[in-house]
Design a binder for this molecule. Structure first.
Ligand code: NAG
Ligand code: NAG
Ligand code: NAG
Ligand code: NAG
Ligand code: NAG
Length: 750
């Protein structure tokens, strides 16, 4: 384990602290006169915001309604940038963050889909907290003009083709809900269990994209024009629950309305969604931004509004507060002149916006003297945060196959061939999208050389992951002459990204051919590592007996190379589980991406989506994942409301030395093991899910140890189902609680 601390020490010294720091922008400087009521921290925040808004001229008001809000020098108010990004680390993808001063990078955590595979809510929370802390450090260093971050992305990963599925916590609504809550609480400065946070924010999180947004670009249909036809039932138990939790339990201070329409109505112009549901029903008290350009498309692309002015009037009437874009800069004034946009609606929006800035502590005088003011550059890419990035990567990796315990490989300094288009992944591949600029990236090759000095590398393909042509002969020459072969294949942003959904679920180009040809000549079965966000149909590798081990590594972030090497050489026991169903290739032939229905429709051959409704063939199931340890589960008791499960770790792995077979009783091979609890209804009817995740807990189990985990179950929360009208109901009858392959029957009578 020495390797990780060596690398981390190196990374910390890499962080340069040379450049001059700059003042962060703020209002209400003690030297500025007169002292306005909006500067008075004793007054309630809404009163301060109202006071401020009442002092603005019409032009000043209009100018504040877009993401790049200009300064108002006569009131001592600096400019503000609403758009910043922090999906899995503070990023400079938005406009509010500059990583070019004292702070030149930020901890780059794994892409969210891999972090999700840990099923570890505490880890998710710690990551959110680390990102919030680093964000505040960037602001304090004078390198941020905003503290409003447009993450998390909590849309369910409905279709395996979705280019942005990698940004989410997978296909299950409960997982996205819990991920959102953990991330938001961490980033905003709340405690893990919530409730600590008052109005003050460390940084502001934004739950996006509200709602039913999960198509980017498929067969010429893009997110700007797409009209998602969603049933009330699917809305109630699939699309909305993550948002409801994010607001009610996470107390998120931001929401982003999505580009697409839902049942004909553009999300940003939907009063029922933004005002009736989010603000009134769920008690949302933050600000609502549009996605970037989402106001203009309501007229320009969707033709929903007859004029530009109507589009602007529609969104403010619906409850949106700020536009990402410049449509209001162009057409806002004329919307007011034509009496389409009312002053009252503008003022409501402005009060929400300035309340946010006040909650962030930007109107209380010098913020470096306030809570969060002492967070400094040394807290960026700190040892703790880098360890967290390493933990997320190695706990998320999913072991899909391990025939005859091929893995872990022996730490006997074997000769090794690292082959494949992702084997020396550049930052773009290892980090996924919306990444923070890493402090330093440990490539796979560097990390492997720490275990096997003689590691030889070949990309195997001529053209990256496209792999139009494979360098078969070179790869074979290399593979024949080493002890072990590790193939690193998969996808990158060329196949799956924003504005680009996949059109093929298999491995691109000649990748499959490369795997089987190399495996056929290697001395021992090969190890296949897949980098991808979405699922890949690797059926042929699954059944190729010369492929001994398969690991899915998502996009593992800046310490992902190290994490992978530690897993492959047994310094870490993999425990991740798939957060998405891995479908066979032909699934997408049967299912148009535009079909939003979750539920199967046997009459028309529509197979349904995700483990909750799809019962057809799968390459790997949601929740699947092996480990170097076997765990046994024992449902002990179901008292009134609590289910107790004993989890024992029973086997230890066997490692193979180059000459002798040595059985290593790694008494210390502990593992983190996610326990997933599902409910299953005895008789599925009314379009109810065949199975529903109702709880999960990641537990640490030492070798030979038995650990107990308890789940609190409540009828309303865990046994209710959405009916066709979209209401939650509880049905009497037989159910079972499912953990791995154990079922525990129960009866519900009301
Ligand atoms: C950082 O980038 C911003 C925006 O591009 C620029 O205005 C600023 O001068 C840069 N700062 C440094 C220290 O290079
Ligand atoms: C691996 O990638 C790094 C970073 O992109 C590059 O500097 C290095 O030359 C590559 N190594 C090989 C052997 O191609
Ligand atoms: C690789 O192949 C793809 C698909 O044929 C092509 O679009 C792309 O331009 C190629 N890239 C390079 C760098 O040759
Ligand atoms: C469950 O584990 C506890 C120790 O954590 C042990 O005392 C108990 O006997 C176990 N129960 C069963 C049924 O294995
Ligand atoms: C784990 O259990 C499976 C199924 O019983 C068995 O095939 C496998 O060898 C066990 N693995 C270890 C590492 O004990």
């Amino acid at each position: 384990m020495g390797l990780s601390s060596v690398v981390i020490t190196f990374l910390i010294s890499f962080l340069s602290l040379t450049a001059e720091s700059t003042q962060p922008p703020y209002s209400c400087d003690a030297s500025f006169h007169p002292r306005y009521p909006f500067c008075n921290p004793e007054l309630p925040i809404t009163q301060r915001a109202k006071d401020l808004v009442s002092r603005l001229t019409l032009d000043e008001k209009l100018a504040q309604l877009v993401n790049t809000a200009p300064s108002i020098p006569r009131l001592g108010i600096p400019s503000y940038q609403w758009w910043s990004e922090a999906l899995h680390g503070v990023a400079d993808a938005g406009l509010g963050i500059r990583l070019n001063g004292t702070i030149k990078g930020a901890t780059s955590f794994p892409q969210v889909i891999l972090t999700a595979a840990t099923f570890d809510q505490n880890l998710w929370y710690q990551i959110g907290k680390a990102i919030g802390t680093e964000a505040r450090a960037v602001y304090n260093a004078g390198q941020a003009t905003g503290m409003t971050f447009w993450a998390p992305n909590i849309n369910v990963f409905r279709d395996p083709r979705w280019g942005r599925g990698q940004e989410t916590a997978g296909e299950d609504p409960l997982m996205n809900a819990k991920y959102g809550v953990a991330y938001v609480r961490g980033l905003q400065g709340d405690s893990f269990h919530g409730g600590k946070l008052g109005e003050r924010l460390q940084a502001s999180a934004c739950c996006k994209h509200f709602t039913a947004y999960d198509l980017d670009q498929w067969k010429g249909i893009n997110r700007f024009v797409f009209d998602a036809r969603v049933t009330s039932q699917d809305l109630a138990d699939t699309y909305q629950p993550p948002f409801q939790s994010c607001i009610e339990k996470g107390r998120a201070s931001g929401i982003m309305c999505a580009y697409n329409r839902v049942n004909g109505v553009p999300n940003c112009a939907d009063f029922n969604l933004l005002t009736k549901t989010a603000r009134k029903q769920w008690k949302f008290d933050g600000y609502i931004t549009s996605d970037c350009g989402a106001v203009s498309i309501i007229h320009d692309e969707q033709g929903y509004a007859k004029t530009a002015e109507d589009a602007i009037a529609d969104v403010f009437r619906a409850g949106m507060d700020v536009e990402c874009g410049d449509y209001i800069s162009k057409h806002g004034k004329s919307a007011v002149v034509k009496k389409k946009l009312g002053i009252g609606e503008m003022e409501r929006a402005l009060e929400n916006l300035f309340s946010m800035r006040i909650r962030l502590g930007l109107f209380d005088g010098n913020p470096t003297k306030l809570p969060f003011g002492s967070i400094g550059p040394r807290q960026v890419c700190s040892k703790e945060h880098l360890h967290l990035a390493l933990d997320a990567a190695r706990d998320g990796m999913v072991l899909l196959k391990n025939t005859n315990s091929l893995l872990p490989l022996p730490k006997t300094n074997p000769t090794l061939a690292l082959i494949g288009p992702n084997a020396n992944a550049t930052s773009l591949v290892a980090l996924g999208n919306y990444y923070g600029r890493p402090c330093n990236l440990v490539t796979l090759l560097q990390a492997f050389q720490g275990y096997a000095k003689d590691t030889r590398y070949h990309p195997g393909c001529h053209n990256g992951t496209h792999c139009d042509r494979a360098s078969i002969q070179d790869a074979l020459d290399l593979a024949k002459n080493v002890d072990y072969v590790v193939l690193v294949m998969g996808l990158d942003q060329n196949q799956e990204r924003e504005s680009h959904d996949r059109h093929y679920l298999g491995l691109p180009g000649k990748q499959e051919q490369l795997i089987h040809t190399v495996a056929a000549v290697a001395k021992r079965p090969v190890v296949l590592v897949l980098l991808s966000g979405g699922p890949v149909d690797i059926t042929s590798a699954k059944f190729d007996h010369k492929v001994g081990g398969i690991l899915w590594a998502g996009y593992p972030g800046e310490l992902g190379g190290l994490a992978l090497a530690q897993v492959i050489f047994g310094d870490h026991n993999p425990g991740g589980k798939l957060p998405i169903t891995w479908y066979p290739k032909d699934y997408i032939i049967k299912v148009p991406m535009t079909d939003m229905r979750m539920r199967a429709d046997p009459a028309t051959g529509y197979p349904g989506r995700t483990y909750r409704f799809y019962t057809g063939p799968k390459v790997y199931e949601f929740g699947y994942g092996l480990s170097y340890t076997n765990y046994s589960h024992n449902l002990i008791s179901l008292s009134q409301t609590t289910l107790h499960i004993n989890i024992s770790s029973t086997h230890y792995y066997v490692t193979e030395n180059s000459e002798t077979i040595r059985v290593t009783n790694h008494g210390s091979m502990s593992g983190k093991h996610p326990v997933l609890l599902f409910t299953r209804q005895g008789k599925v009817r009314n379009g109810n899910p065949v199975k529903q995740l109702v709880g999960f807990e990641s537990v640490k189990v030492d070798a030979g140890e038995t650990v107990q985990v308890g789940f609190q179950l409540s009828l309303c929360e865990h046994f209710s189902r959405a009916n066709e009208g979209g209401s939650l109901v509880i049905e009497e009858g037989s159910y079972s609680l499912v953990v791995e392959d154990h079922e525990y029957p129960i009866n519900i009578t009301l």
